[in-house]
Design a protein around this ligand. Structure first.
Ligand code: SAH
Ligand code: SF4
Length: 362
C-alpha cells in the first residue's frame, strides 16, 4: 500500500484530514504540524508527545518521508545541487548558494517548462508535470536536512532565502506554489518571512496582480528586453502579455505591497540586448517603478546559439542604469561547473534514462 504524504496540506487541511480519518483532535494536529515543519522529523516514531497507538496508526495511513535524492553535487565555489526523484520517477533540481551574509535556495516549480525562452536550457525540456505543493516543499525540507538546518527558532539559519528561480514558470502552477509558500511562511513551522522569498516570473500578468493580493512576496520579472519585437523573440510569452501591460502590472504590484522593490532580471546576450540604447530604453520604460536591475551574465549551454556580453559591455550597461539611480548588480555565476547556474537546470525526466546515477561529488 502506498501511503499518502501529509506534506503539502495546509494546516486546516491537515486538521480536517486527520480528524475525519483517525479522529485526531485539533491540538494534536498542531503538535504533528510542528514536528513536521519546525523540527523536520521524517518519522512518526519521533513524535514523542503522541501516544504509541497514535504514532502507529499515523504510520499505517500516512508518510512524512522525503523523496529520493538521486544526485548530490557540490561545486568548487560551495554551491550545492540536489537532484530529487519523486515517486513517479520525475526529477527536479534544487540549488543552494551560500554567501557570506545569507544562504539562498533556488527551487523549481515544474518539471520542465511550457514556455520556450530562447536562451534558457529549461525551455528546451517540454513540461512533464506541475510539481505538487509537497514536491515544492520537499526541496526546501531536503536542503534543510542536508544542511543540518532544523532546530530552535532562535538558532542561526544556513538557509535564509528562497527563490523560485529553478525550473518552470511558477505562475503556471500557481495554486500549488501558493499552498507551498503559505506553509513555508507559517510561523508555527519553518516560519520564512515573505521578504525572504522571491518569485521569478516571465511575466504572466493576471497572476502578478493575484500574487500581490495573496502572498506579497518579492517579485522578480524576467525582463531581458525592452522592445516588444526583441522580447517576443527572447521571451515569447511577451506576445500574450506585452511590455506595457507587464510594466503596468509591476506598478500595481509595488503599490499593493507598500512600494516593495521589484527586481528586473536582464540576461546579457552579446550583440542582442546589451547596447547603450537598450540600457537607456530600459530606464525610460521602468520609470516610476521602485526597482533593482539584476544583470545576469548569460550562462552557456550546449547548442544555445548565444554568447555572453563582454565584461566591459556589462559594466557600461550597469553604470548607465546606476547613474539613473537604480541598483544594478551583476550576478556572479555560481556552480557553473556542476551546471547549477541560472538557466542551466534541466532534468532528464521524460527522456529515456539508461542507468540511474547516484553520485556524491565533493
Ligand atoms: N521561469 C521563471 C523562473 C526560472 S528562470 C522565469 O523565467 O522567471 C530564472 C532566471 O534565469 C530567469 O530570469 C531566466 O530568464 C534566467 N535564465 C534562463 N536561462 C538563462 C541562461 N542561460 N543564462 C542566464 N540566465 C538565464
Ligand atoms: Fe521557462 Fe523561465 Fe526558462 Fe522561460 S526562462 S523557458 S519561463 S524556466
Amino acid at each position: 500500500m502506498t501511503h499518502t504524504t501529509l506534506i503539502g496540506l495546509s494546516f486546516d487541511a491537515l486538521k480536517t484530514e486527520l480528524h475525519s480519518k483517525l479522529g485526531v483532535e485539533s491540538y494534536r494536529a498542531r503538535q504533528i504540524w510542528e514536528w513536521i515543519y519546525r523540527f523536520g522529523k521524517t518519522s512518526f516514531d519521533d513524535m514523542t508527545n503522541l501516544s504509541k497507538d497514535m504514532r502507529t496508526s499515523l504510520s499505517e495511513h500516512y508518510t512524512i518521508e522525503r523523496p529520493f535524492i538521486s544526485m548530490e553535487q557540490c561545486s568548487a565555489d560551495g554551491t550545492q545541487k540536489w537532484l530529487l526523484q519523486f515517486e513517479d520517477k520525475n526529477e527536479v533540481e534544487t540549488v543552494f548558494i551560500p554567501e557570506s551574509d545569507r544562504g539562498t535556495l533556488c527551487i523549481s516549480s515544474q518539471v520542465g517548462c511550457t514556455l520556450t525562452c530562447s536562451f534558457c536550457h529549461t525551455g528546451t525540456q517540454t513540461l512533464v508535470r506541475n510539481l505538487t505543493a509537497a514536491d515544492i516543499l520537499h526541496q526546501i525540507m531536503v536542503a534543510k536536512d542536508r544542511l543540518n538546518d532544523w532546530g530552535a527558532p532562535t538558532d542561526p539559519r544556513k538557509l535564509t532565502n528562497v527563490v523560485l528561480m529553478g525550473m518552470g514558470e511558477p505562475f503556471y502552477n500557481y495554486e500549488n506554489v501558493k499552498t507551498a509558500m503559505s506553509i513555508l511562511m507559517d510561523e508555527n513551522g519553518i516560519g520564512f518571512g515573505k521578504r525572504r522569498i522571491t518569485l521569478s516570473t516571465s511575466g504572466i500578468v493576471p497572476f502578478i496582480d493575484q500574487c500581490a493580493d495573496d502572498l506579497g512576496l518579492n517579485l522578480a520579472i524576467s525582463l531581458h528586453a525592452v522592445r516588444d519585437d526583441l522580447r517576443n523573440e527572447l521571451v515569447p510569452i511577451n506576445k500574450k502579455y506585452p511590455l506595457k501591460e507587464l510594466l503596468d502590472s509591476c506598478r500595481r504590484y509595488a503599490e499593493k505591497t507598500q512600494n516593495r522593490r521589484i527586481t528586473f532580471e536582464y540576461v546579457m546576450l552579446n550583440g542582442v540586448n546589451d547596447s547603450v540604447a537598450d540600457a537607456k530604453e530600459l530606464i525610460r520604460r521602468i520609470k516610476g517603478i521602485p526597482a533593482k536591475i539584476n544583470l545576469i551574465p548569460f550562462n552557456p549551454w550546449p547548442g544555445s546559439g548565444y554568447t555572453c556580453s563582454a565584461p566591459d559591455k556589462i559594466k557600461t550597461f550597469a553604470s548607465i542604469i546606476e547613474h539613473a539611480g537604480y541598483m544594478s548588480p551583476v550576478r556572479t555565476p555560481r556552480g557553473q561547473d556542476i551546471l547549477a547556474a541560472c538557466g542551466q537546470l534541466k532534468s532528464e525526466s521524460k527522456r529515456p534514462v539508461k542507468h540511474k546515477v547516484t553520485e556524491v561529488i565533493y
